[in-house]
Design a protein around this ligand. Structure first.
Ligand SMILES: Cc1ncc(COP(=O)(O)O)c(C=O)c1O
Length: 454
């Protein structure tokens, strides 16, 4: 385990010895304080910890660092931008880098998804897309459309809108009174009959969208529904893959009833499935596509929503004077020049290094390694691999959900590999530059930990 802090850190007068003053997000903080894990440097696929150990980043730092750490052209672009234009307001003017980044994102997005609203995170992207859905319907004279539909175990960040349409129980439990009032959830996309999925979509015998068509939509009346939001592949819950035809049918249902379809591509965006977005992988175009994380290779916070020309045009066709604002929404740092420069350099690098194609090429290597080495280990009840990500589902310890995977995560870290634990699922999502040797080390280390803690 790492030393709590570098030994030479000057002590703040209020610092208590051995205490990290930071309160970590989505972390068991009491246990973390016992043995803090602190990194001080990174390069390519690896971190260096505060006590000089090397840890292989098996999760691209939570689906962000698709091109690997400290990617030279991205870092150079950030440095250059700081010397050129550090910041400029985003209201009623913009900067050249934000314009360039928006153009590049629109070019990567499918069909008529051409207008980009920037924000700073995936959570803000979720709330931006929900607000845009309401504003769009209102501009069309359908202001009564205010029901949102998410999916059980979906994750759309931590702000009130995203939390309300999200469906991970632990994220909602403490905040019941503050949820958006008119939200429903479709059933989850997991069938234990398809516990082992290797690089292809399962074919379900039943239709998981019948529940939406026959129960949820009639209950609210489709004419009241503003938008349905889904992750094309459910990431934070533990890489759950939709059945064949699911997203196509969801698109048809939305079209039939005038409901907007939002894809939250915060983790599937920028190459995770070997295409720019999951929308292209599945051949389904949403009305809005949310992104964050990989857009800057994790270097500078940035998120956004790409929306269709139809949505933009509808909001522009308001019968208002020219000085009137069409959409009352935005952030001080929307399209921040340094974040935008990072995005431009990142997207250029993804294309020049052909990294999406590399993700597609390496995906079966990861899938083969996980399925061949982990399938028969104790407590493994499922493995799902698709694109450059894979999840191992474990039988949890009775009465202690999540404990088994947490302890495996700790052991893997101690043994030099970062894996993500989500409930009793362990997820790998390496950078697209991963070599076979990295994948072998990741899978070997996870296999050893599963066996050792059985
Ligand atoms: C699908 C999805 N949406 C939204 C978010 C929230 O993003 P952020 O943590 O940048 O707010 C995440 C984060 O993992 C995510 O996976």
């Amino acid at each position: 385990m790492d030393a709590p802090l570098p030994a030479d850190k000057p002590q703040h007068p209020y610092a208590r010895a051995g205490t990290v003053h930071q309160w970590l997000p989505f972390t068991p903080n009491r246990d973390f304080q016992r043995q803090p894990r602190v990194v001080v440097q990174a390069s390519g696929m690896h971190f260096t910890t505060s006590n000089g150990r090397s840890v292989l980043d098996g999760v691209s730092s939570l689906w962000c660092v698709n091109a690997g750490h400290r990617c030279a052209p991205i870092n150079a672009a950030i440095r250059d931008q700081l010397e050129m234009l550090d910041y400029s307001t985003a209201f009623s003017m913009t900067n050249d880098r934000a314009v360039q980044a928006a153009g590049m994102i629109a070019a990567l997005a499918p069909d008529d998804l051409n207008k980009v609203l920037f924000c700073n995170s995936g959570s803000e992207a979720a709330d931006t897309s929900l607000k845009l859905a309401l504003a769009y319907h209102r501009a069309r004279g359908e202001g009564h459309r205010c029901v949102f539909i998410g999916r059980e175990r979906g994750y759309h960040g931590v702000n009130f809108g995203g939390m309300s349409v999200g469906g991970i129980p632990g994220n909602r439990k403490a905040y019941g009174a503050a949820m958006l009032p008119r939200v429903d959830h479709m059933r989850f996309i997991h069938d234990p009959a398809h516990a082992f999925i290797q690089g292809e979509l399962p074919q379900w015998r039943e239709d998981p969208l019948l529940d939406l068509e026959q129960r949820i939509l009639p209950l609210h009346d489709p004419s009241n529904v503003a938008a349905i939001i889904v992750e094309p592949v459910a990431g934070s819950a533990g890489w759950y893959v939709p059945p064949q035809g699911y997203l196509q049918r969801l698109r048809e249902i939305c079209d039939k009833h005038g409901i907007l379809l939002i894809f939250d591509e915060v983790i599937t965006g920028f190459g995770r499935l070997g295409t720019a977005f999951a929308a292209q992988y599945f051949g389904v175009t949403p009305d809005m596509l949310n992104f964050a994380k990989g857009v800057t290779n994790g270097t500078i916070p940035m998120g956004g929503v790409v929306c269709s020309d139809r949505i933009y045009d509808t909001l522009m066709q308001v019968d208002q004077p020219a000085h009137a604002i069409e959409f009352f929404h935005g952030y001080t740092y929307s399209g921040h020049p340094v974040a935008s420069a990072a995005a431009v350099a990142t997207l250029q690098h993804y294309v020049e290094a052909d990294l999406f194609a590399r993700a597609a090429r390496m995906a079966p290597v990861l899938g083969d390694a996980m399925h061949s080495q982990l399938r028969n280990l104790p407590h493994v009840t499922g493995i799902r691999t698709l694109g450059m990500a894979g999840a191992v589902e474990l039988q949890g310890i009775a009465g202690s959900p999540g404990k088994r995977a947490y302890e495996i995560f700790l052991r893997c870290y101690e043994n030099g590999v970062l894996v993500r634990n989500a409930g009793d699922v362990l997820v790998f999502a390496p950078a697209f530059i991963a070599e076979e040797t990295h994948i072998a080390q990741m899978v070997d280390t996870l296999g050893e930990a599963i066996r050792a803690l059985a």
